[in-house]
Design a protein around this ligand. Structure first.
Ligand code: DSN
Length: 421
């Protein structure tokens, strides 16, 4: 059978996978996705990502490949690199990392020796798995120490960062978080790194879209290395990105390939290029402004409903809710909320006494619902629905009513035009 004929018939050839994709599409349409690291991409990004570029091997870099026939993928990768460097104002971009975790690993491989000291944010305080968790390769191969947030305010404690940096003399300091709702002071991190003679890496994965839109300070003037994913606030395809000063370009490129990866995923690189182009538009800037407005509106309403938020609010796209005063675990809240159609993730709060699988908090983010066109009014309703769900968990009638309201809100804000509710 000609490949085209075969590949046009997913439904006929593999109905199980076709059905699972349709079911997932329906799930995304019918639920309010408040997972702070998720978003929904444009049709242009989807088109590039689902293209025939998946057929091409292109180990190496534009102009220096290990395979023939790379003239068009060279164009694509060059466009992606130029757009990324222009967007964030940096010298060099490597657009090949398959994921944020691999972008981080590539920086470690480029600048560290096994056993070197590194200072990163405590995962239990909002840091990331790849910032030195003992179960991750970062924590296994390097000697990670951690800094955390102030126990009273919940804000990053820069004096603690300085104290730790002086104590452990790290070769690298990692700034950036996956569950921290306040602006990060990259200039202060830079000063501390210089004081102790360390490199500074900023993992901007969560806030990359806000930075691209000029709504969060840009780490470019301060960091030696910037890593990111491309699929969170940046709203591109699932993947990673490294930005750096020119002096580190060669070391970073070598660390990505042949250091830790083989062939790049050229369909993803093309989709990244599309996303960088989208991020350079006025429409994207307005979208990010709305992400922030929505996050603040959600925070305000949650506080009015009696929820405790870490740091008492937010400067970015996410909020962290401490559920200890509500007498419910993060795990139970996640499951109850998903049941009514509100998808969140349980999240440890700083100084949490529960295990990582139970936790005392939930993390809520606004990128995905904002991509669907929801605004402050909908955020107020969502806060009310979250409160009602947790308060009425024993009341099947109230729960049915909440489910109906969620469905109606989702139907009013279609995810993609071809999904008709
Ligand atoms: N797992 C992502 C998050 O949810 O924040 C980070 O990689």
């Amino acid at each position: 059978m000609p490949v085209e004929e075969n590949s046009n018939s997913l439904q006929l050839f593999d109905p199980q996978i076709a059905k699972a994709i349709e079911d997932e599409k329906r799930r995304q349409q019918d639920k309010l996705i408040l997972i702070a690291s998720e978003n929904c991409v444009s049709n242009a990004v989807l088109q590039a990502q689902g293209s025939i570029l998946t057929n091409k091997y292109a180990e190496g870099y534009p102009g220096q490949r290990y395979y023939g026939g790379c003239e068009y993928v060279d164009t694509i990768e060059e466009l992606a690199r130029i757009r990324a460097t222009d967007l964030f104002g940096v010298d060099h971009a490597n657009v090949q990392p398959h994921a944020g975790a691999l972008a981080n690993l590539a920086v470690y491989v480029a600048v560290l020796q096994t056993g070197d000291s590194v200072l990163g944010m405590d995962r239990a305080h909002g840091g990331h798995l790849t910032h030195g968790s003992p179960v991750n390769i970062s924590g296994m191969y390097y000697n990670f120490y951690s800094y955390g947030v102030d126990p009273d305010s919940g804000y990053l404690d820069m004096e603690e960062v300085r104290r730790m940096a002086k104590k452990v003399s790290p070769r690298l300091i990692v700034a950036g978080a996956s569950a921290y709702s306040r602006e990060i002071d990259f200039s202060a991190f830079h000063d501390i790194a210089r004081e102790v003679g360390a490199y500074l890496m900023v993992d901007m994965a969560h806030i990359a879209g806000l930075i691209a839109a000029g709504l969060h300070s840009n780490p470019a003037p301060f960091a030696d290395f910037i890593t990111s994913t491309t699929h969170k606030t940046l709203r591109g395809p699932r993947g990673g990105l490294i930005l750096c000063r020119q002096q580190f370009a060669r070391a970073i490129d070598k660390a990505v390939f042949p250091g830790i990866q083989g062939g790049p995923l050229m369909h993803i690189v093309a989709a990244k290029a599309v996303a960088f182009k989208e991020a350079d538009t006025e429409e994207f800037r307005l979208y990010q402004e709305q992400v922030l407005k929505n996050s603040r509106a959600l925070a305000k309403e949650m506080i009015e409903m009696g929820f405790e938020l870490l740091t008492g609010g937010t400067d970015n796209h996410l909020i962290l809710v401490d559920l200890r005063s509500k007498n419910i675990s993060g795990q139970e809240a996640e499951s109850l909320l998903d049941e009514v159609g509100i998808t969140v993730n349980k999240n440890a709060v700083p100084f949490d006494e529960e295990s990582a699988l139970v936790t005392s908090g939930i993390r809520l983010g606004t990128p995905s619902v904002t991509s669907r066109g929801m605004k402050e009014k909908e955020m107020e309703t969502i806060a009310q629905l979250i409160n009602d769900t947790l308060e009425s968990r024993q009341d099947p009638l109230a729960i049915s009513k909440i489910k109906r309201t969620v469905r109606e809100m989702c139907a009013d804000h279609p995810l993609y035009q071809d999904i008709i509710s």
